[in-house]
Unconditional design. Structure first.
Ligand code: SAM
Ligand code: SF4
Ligand code: SF4
Length: 345
């Protein structure tokens, strides 16, 4: 444990990784049913009374900042389904010590909310979009909302949210032929683009390694049309490896969680919508911070709980998965994990 700024305690886990970033899920509900994330129509939804209030989230966020966190991303489920999200954005944006506040969304409700969110202090967003073809979009999300997603993206751009990053999960035989159309779309409109290797998150997405397109394969397809040069990671803990188009610069990257895991640089924790602290995307364990909040724990007690959880952290699931895959021993369903909709990617 090191005190590096006034009142800010930098804590390290068992592998020497500092707690630097939080992903805060504000709801487990979503209006889409992406096959790789939330394929079923019904889940055991979190009881509304168990969902953290904005005041509770803001209090915890302040305590995370005092534990060394500098970056917060709001996520879900679909965060824009949470009523009055701009009120939370405004509270978080006002927290001292927060260097970066962002939001990950499917953008279907962005058109009407972008201006309010910006006024509240949001500066940048990530939008998940895996195809720009309406029929494919319908097949992937089980919903017919491509037009509203595109309107959301264009509204955000017009208002000046920047950068706008598009995240696309690539599945072999499902949307690998969408890679170049997405590249063209992003280049044409000035969006950053991140392809994501299909991961075995949660327990219901039927992950098989054959369906995962590797970073190398994705880059080969793009490079053949638009030659790329590597630009590296924006910082050592960033999940994406970035590239520039040789012909005109621009920003494109790949998050290779499966074939080139980056656990050793993982400085990120997650807070579920019902107030559980989760230390790895693939974990099945959590620390119940809501119980502390609602039983009157003081700041000191909550800070100590966050610290001891992080200091005991040894998670390196993606590296272990790669080792097991190489040894031919990986069984995707062998381990129970928290669903992606609870922890927000
Ligand atoms: N609903 C919002 C959205 O889609 O942007 C936020 C939550 S969503 C769970 C966050 C991110 O997780 C999305 O970019 C999504 O593509 C990604 N994701 C979900 N399941 C995934 C999987 N199996 N493999 C890779 N990424 C996944
Ligand atoms: Fe919803 Fe996002 Fe999951 Fe798709 S990826 S089902 S939009 S939470
Ligand atoms: Fe971090 Fe866990 Fe992902 Fe590794 S598998 S990068 S430890 S969240």
């Amino acid at each position: 444990m090191e005190v590096d700024r006034v009142g800010i305690v930098g804590i390290k886990d068992t592998l020497g990784r500092e707690l630097r970033e939080m992903r805060i899920s504000v709801t487990d509900r979503c209006n889409f049913r992406c096959s790789y994330c939330m394929p079923l129509e019904q889940y055991e939804w979190i009881d509304r009374r168990e969902i953290l209030t904005f005041e509770e989230i803001t209090r915890l966020a302040g305590l995370f900042l005092r534990s060394g966190v500098e970056e917060i991303r709001i996520t879900g489920g679909e965060p824009l389904l949470r009523h009055g999200l701009d009120t939370l954005v405004s509270a978080l944006a006002g927290l001292e010590g927060l260097r970066d506040l962002s939001l990950t969304t499917n953008a279907s409700h962005l058109k009407n909310q972008a201006a309010r969110l910006m006024r509240a202090g949001l500066r940048r967003i990530n939008v998940s979009l895996d195809t720009i073809h309406p029929a494919r979009f319908r097949a992937l999300t089980k919903r017919d909302n491509l037009a509203s997603v595109l309107e959301g993206l264009m509204t955000a751009r017009l208002l000046g949210l920047a950068p706008i990053k598009i995240n696309s999960v690539v599945q072999r035989g499902v949307n690998d032929d969408d890679i170049l159309p997405l590249v063209d779309f992003a280049r044409r409109n000035g969006f950053w683009l991140r392809f994501i290797e299909f991961m075995d998150v949660g327990n219901s997405n039927q992950w098989v390694s054959e369906r995962m397109m590797s970073k190398r394969e994705i880059l080969e397809i793009i490079h053949a049309r638009y030659p790329l040069e590597e630009a590296g990671r924006s910082d050592p803990s960033a999940p994406a490896v970035n590239y520039r188009y040789v012909d005109r610069g621009g920003d494109i990257g790949v998050i290779a969680s499966v074939t080139e895991p980056f656990c050793i640089g993982c400085t990120r924790a997650r807070l579920t919508a019902d107030g559980r602290l989760v230390l790895c995307l693939f974990s099945d364990r959590s620390v119940d911070l809501k119980r502390l909040l609602r039983t009157g724990a003081d700041d000191r007690e909550i800070l100590a709980t966050i610290r001891s959880a992080w200091e005991a952290r040894a998670d390196r699931y993606s590296e272990e998965r790669l080792e097991a895959m190489k040894a031919g021993e990986y069984e995707p369903g062998s381990r129970r994990k928290i669903e992606m909709i609870s922890i927000g990617g």
